[in-house]
Design a protein around this ligand. Structure first.
Ligand SMILES: [Zn+2]
Length: 137
């Protein structure tokens, strides 16, 4: 039976709960890891929380996607600061409710919790990014 990866702990996802490697400070989000992707340590992880807002480092605007996705659909690499400080998490995220023409490297965007797609009739939720309300109006 399919187990949606992001609905098991919806509250934690809404808070942008992440883990930071104690050895090198690299931040893993959204998935928890046993081995650090950067330093390779199988060490200690510290729970951390991310700010709701981050900065676009790079992005693409997807034009061709499987049925069920609306296009054009921007996909960005975001730097999202930890609330506690330290290095930001580098996060892949889809945009929503945003005109792709309004996105540039350096654009500030906020994380919101949205339905991503359905699997076996069940909605799978995760975070997406959008321009902060007020700047687009
Ligand atoms: Zn590490």
């Amino acid at each position: 039976m399919f187990e949606p990866p992001f609905t098991r702990d919806r509250a934690a996802n809404e808070r942008l709960a992440a883990q930071a490697c104690e050895a090198c400070g690299w931040v893993s989000f959204p998935e928890a890891r046993e081995v650090c992707k950067r330093c390779g340590e199988r060490g200690e992880w510290r729970d951390t929380r991310l700010e709701q807002q981050g900065t676009v480092q790079s992005y693409v605007v997807q034009q061709r996607l499987p049925e069920g996705f609306e296009t054009p659909l921007p996909l960005a690499i975001m730097d999202v600061p930890q609330i506690s400080g330290g290095e930001p998490a580098r996060v892949y995220g889809l945009f929503t409710e945003t005109d792709p023409a309004d996105i540039e490297v350096g654009t500030e965007a906020e994380a919101v919790f949205r339905r991503i797609f359905d699997v076996e009739g069940l909605p799978v939720h995760s975070f997406k990014f959008r321009l902060p309300r007020g700047e687009t109006e």
